[in-house]
Write a protein that binds this ligand. Structure first.
Ligand code: FAD
Length: 458
């Protein structure tokens, strides 16, 4: 016998709980199934703990630079890793507890703990229980991808999840993967006092970004003492008495790096392999991402997929936006689409990178006539005053329509300042509107209008 509900939600990540709130608010009965930790990746092993650690690393960095600001610390800066970890654990625990409490207290919502599997297009099992509903929402997220590198089966390694369980400082951390997650861990652990080497297969870090952004990021990390090995071909692993040995064929440097710990940060995979999707007839692509249309419906009527598992986004804000799209279209008669979303994200090294829309490379490839503005952070008063002048800001505009196509702000508060540009893109206004806006002095944002006024044809 199956228990009947109006809706089943699989996964309490970034979309599921909010959707449960809207559906129950509309009078539906909802079963929400979570197999592990409420709040999912972001709360437990992603954004929240890592950004809490980044904050500790920033505090350490600033403390070491204290003398530059006239702040005298008697003695060297020391890091209490157990306390650093405890702080991150507390932030995650509080958020996790709040999500769980909210769901368990939600009228009309039945919370089940266990792994959900499809038995039929409208039936899901959780252990011995059978649940049935005409609407099923999949929000199962993803996990760290472990590549099939030679030696991986006999070499100890860490992922983002096990890395967060460390309460000791690695002597030498080797990070395989020079992209968003890997670089955040690399810089923070270096600031905590570890030796760090980043190994990246591509010819440069964060390949998705423009070359000058990658180069500036590498410069920032190397200036702090993080070793970067790009163009690493034939990566192979082996246990070593000191921990691990990573064999590489790089454009520069020796053929072997020996470290105490190894972090794999080479991408994510969706948690769709053990969902019984075949029993429901839900289609996935070759990597396991659930195929969805522009409104996040799967090929099976009555089944939607939200968040990282649909391959249409890989961020907390995209997962939450998936919830907004589905809720608006189902409950409010809306016509919201994923394709209305402008790509935007941050890279939370210090200084951070805030990105919106196209890169310059993408804009050039589109064949449009462009205007490009760029300003170094050394020419931003707020950055000078704070003694944090690394990086630059850049904006790309369509010369014919005057619409902003994209921006990158790598520098102090770049993750916040980029929103002024992003919002202008959503408003679909010409760049001159922002160029003429008066912004607060002294901020990073106040130089965006100046930059727009100094753009050059490209
Ligand atoms: C180290 C790291 C740092 C990150 N930093 C950022 C950042 O700064 N900003 C940002 O926007 N994004 C960041 N992300 C990405 C972000 O965490 C994810 O994009 C986001 O959590 C995806 O949310 P989701 O709702 O798709 O799924 P998740 O948050 O992954 O939640 C899915 C949930 O489903 C549950 N589940 C899975 N299978 C089943 C099943 N069969 N039955 C029941 N439950 C199941 C899981 O246990 C999990 O709780 C980071 C990720 C990592 C790994």
């Amino acid at each position: 016998m199956a228990r009947d509900f109006d809706a089943i939600i699989i996964g309490a990540g970034q979309a599921g709980p909010a959707l449960a709130g809207r559906l129950t608010g509309a009078g539906m009965t909802v079963a929400l199934v979570e197999r592990k930790l409420f709040g999912g990746t972001c709360v437990n092993t992603g954004c929240m703990p890592t950004k809490t650690l980044v904050a500790s690393a920033y505090a350490a960095h600033l403390a070491r630079r204290g003398a530059e600001y006239g702040v005298v610390l008697d003695g060297p800066v020391r890091i209490d890793m157990a306390k650093v970890k405890a702080r991150a654990d507390t932030v995650s625990l509080n958020a996790r507890t709040n999500v769980e409490k909210w769901l368990r207290g939600m009228k009309g919502c039945t919370v089940l703990q266990g792994a959900a599997r499809f038995e039929a297009p409208d039936v899901v099992s959780v252990g011995e229980e059978r649940l049935r509903a005409p609407r099923i929402f999949i929000n199962v997220g993803g996990r760290a991808f472990v590549p099939d590198l030679p030696g991986i089966d006999r070499t100890p390694y860490l992922t983002n999840t096990s890395m967060l369980a460390l309460d000791q400082l690695p002597e030498h951390l080797i990070v395989i993967g020079g992209s968003y997650l890997g670089l955040e861990f690399a810089q923070m652990y270096h600031r905590f006092g570890a030796r760090v080497t980043v190994v990246e297969q591509s010819p440069r870090l964060v390949m998705r970004e423009d070359e000058e952004v990658s180069a500036a990021i590498q410069e920032i990390l190397e200036a702090e003492g993080v070793a970067v090995r790009t163009g690493a071909k034939c990566i192979r692993l082996a246990p070593h008495e000191a921990g691990v040995a990573v064999g590489v064929d790089c454009t520069s440097g020796g053929p072997e790096i020996v470290g105490s710990h190894l972090l794999l940060a080479v991408g994510r995979r969706p948690n769709t392999h053990d969902l019984g999707l075949d029993k429901a007839g839900v289609e996935t692509d070759a990597r396991g991402y659930i195929r969805v249309d522009d409104e996040l419906a799967t090929n099976v009527p009555g089944i939607w997929a939200l968040g990282d598992c649909n391959g249409r986004g890989a961020f907390t804000h995209t997962s939450y936006n998936d919830f907004e799209i589905v809720a608006a279209n189902l409950l409010d008669g809306g016509a919201r689409r994923v394709s209305q979303r402008i790509p935007t994200y941050g890279l939370f090294i210090d200084p951070p990178l805030g990105r919106a829309g196209m890169t310059e490379t993408e804009a050039r490839a589109s064949g449009r006539k462009l205007l490009i503005g760029k300003r170094m952070m050394t020419r931003v008063g707020r950055a000078v005053e704070k003694g944090e002048t690394k990086g630059f800001m850049k904006v790309v505009v369509d010369a014919e329509t005057s619409r902003i196509l994209g921006a990158a702000i790598l520098g102090l508060n770049g993750d916040e300042a980029v929103h002024g540009i992003l919002d202008m893109m959503y408003a679909d206004q010409p760049y001159t509107t922002l160029q003429q806006a008066v912004q607060i002095h002294p901020t990073v944002s106040e130089l965006i209008p100046t930059m727009l006024g100094e753009m050059k044809p490209a």
